[in-house]
Design a protein around this ligand. Sequence first.
Ligand SMILES: NC(=O)c1ccc[n+]([C@@H]2O[C@H](COP(=O)([O-])OP(=O)(O)OC[C@H]3O[C@@H](n4cnc5c(N)ncnc54)[C@H](OP(=O)(O)O)[C@@H]3O)[C@@H](O)[C@H]2O)c1
Length: 263
Amino acid sequence: MVSQLFDISGKTALVTGGSRGIGLMIARGFVQNGAKVYISSRKAEACERAAAGLSKYGTCIPLAHDLGSMAEVKALAEDIKAREKKLDILVNNAGAAWAEPFETFSEEGWDKLMNVNLKAIFFLSQALLPELKAAGTADDPARIVNIGSIDGILQPQLESYAYSASKAAVHHLTHHLAKHLARDQINVNAIAPGPFETKMLAPVLATARKAIESSVPRGRIGEDDDMIGAAIFFCSRASSFITGQVLAVDGGIMAAAYMQQPL
Ligand SMILES: NC(=O)c1ccc[n+]([C@@H]2O[C@H](COP(=O)([O-])OP(=O)(O)OC[C@H]3O[C@@H](n4cnc5c(N)ncnc54)[C@H](OP(=O)(O)O)[C@@H]3O)[C@@H](O)[C@H]2O)c1
């Protein structure tokens, strides 16, 4: 039955950066389909507000932590360990963007992005390994889903060097962790989103919405269900035999990357 294949009800998930944007889309999709979902973000109030909104549909618990610091990464893992013996799903979604001219690109921007976009993914996954191992079975492994970006595959126009490099590293880390963690019954995949309407993309959409939309073969910005569908696929039995993949959810941008202008 297709509904059983994509069933995530009864699973426990942590979605970092779940207070808004893509993380909130995924968290809502999970809660509405019967998962118990923890969301985290820096701002406690925003995190609590988002969890209260999602609690209309099921169980959503806020845990505010700044994943830019190792101490806070560990504290988030401890918060989960205090509440759960096993964790079926870890969605490493929290991320930030930063652009500056190459000539003056700051160490502050570089370090901030590498810490939250890359380092936190590695060390949060490491800290939660016992709980993920406890959840995974041969039939239905535990899941780590890393949110990368098509900017980690193609070269962006913006001077967002640390962002694109961090996302390329997330994709490669996904491959490497998948190879290593398969023996623990943990699948590791990544979603590489194209443009989605979030606070992160708002400044670009404000000035270049038409250009962005027309660069997408499907002719539009990504919507909530586009992201929810991919996330549920990667977290359900439907993808039990799929690990180490980077799935572009981008309306065809990757497919059109070779020649964008008609001959
Ligand atoms: N939107 C797009 O078009 C797009 C495209 C490709 C990839 N992505 C990726 O998708 C992910 C989500 O992005 P988004 O567009 O949804 O961005 P967003 O709207 O800015 O949301 C980012 C989320 O991460 C949290 N966050 C940021 N810094 C954090 C930190 N240091 N510690 C803990 N939480 C932190 C934010 O909450 P607080 O501010 O409260 O911390 C928020 O919940 C990111 O990894 C991004 O790179 C987005």
